[in-house]
Design a protein around this ligand. Structure first.
Ligand SMILES: *Cc1c(COP(=O)(O)O)cnc(C)c1O
Length: 229
């Protein structure tokens, strides 16, 4: 099941990339393993897959020691400042930085460990009340301040688009995040290098790829339907 799903998703990535003249190799697939057991993660690892995403710190930390291989972990869900100390040093990328306060805490904890932590800024493009993230305007206003923090590096932008039946309706959101990334890149701040666009989930990753995504976060299309406990 998981093997076929992975093949399917990879095929779709390839098709979407080809459609707009992109190379599929530019696109990193993050397998979102929240709520799924370590055995499901191991199955993907055995197929050569190495990038996994979790949205809760507790679940992430409980899985890390149980997964044998040296996989790359991505924190994709809202992070509270008091939990930053657990995460720093254990993940490849924090996708969900949604405040300056949080960025400062990641910087502080990273300095303690003498490392630089790569982060993405989460942008609430659709301005949904229920969602975390900076508004577009806020992103511009915080760049200088984030640029001054030497133990974090802003590597790109992330957005969680609304759940929609027709993925086409999220196209304008993906396009807006892409345009924002192009605009920020022009500002040439040393500590900010916008290389990553984390956008697209099971329901809409093909459209996201067509609009420039190079990191997609896919759960159910790989593992099957989630059972929330
Ligand atoms: C759960 C989750 C995903 C994956 O969702 P699917 O619809 O299962 O692909 C992606 N991004 C974030 C932030 C999530 O919380």
């Amino acid at each position: 099941m998981i093997k076929e799903n992975l093949e399917n998703v990879k095929n779709n990535i390839k098709k979407a990339a080809l459609k707009v003249g992109r190379d599929e190799k530019e696109i990193t697939l993050i397998a979102v393993s929240k709520t799924y057991p370590v055995s499901a993660i191991e199955e993907l690892v055995s197929l050569g897959h190495m990038h996994f995403g979790e949205n809760k710190v507790q679940e992430l930390m409980s899985k890390i020691p149980d997964v044998t291989k040296d996989v790359s972990w991505h924190l994709i869900g809202h992070l509270q400042t008091n939990k930053v100390k657990y995460v720093v040093g254990n993940v490849k990328l924090i996708h969900s930085v949604d405040s300056v306060k949080l960025a400062k805490e990641i910087d502080k904890q990273s300095a303690k460990q003498n490392i630089v932590t790569d982060i993405l800024l989460e942008v609430n493009i659709a301005n949904e009340e229920s969602k975390f993230g900076f508004t577009k305007e806020e992103v511009y206003n915080v760049l200088e301040e984030l640029n001054a923090l030497s133990n974090i590096k802003v590597k790109g932008l992330m957005t969680v688009a609304p759940y929609v039946l027709d993925p086409e309706s999220n196209r304008p959101i993906f396009r807006e995040l892409y345009n924002l990334s192009v605009d920020i890149r022009k500002q040439k701040l040393d500590n900010i290098s916008i290389e990553i666009l984390s956008m697209g989930m099971s329901n809409d990753y093909e459209v996201a790829i067509e609009e420039g995504s190079n990191m997609i976060r896919v759960g159910t299309a790989l593992f099957g339907k989630r059972n929330y406990l």
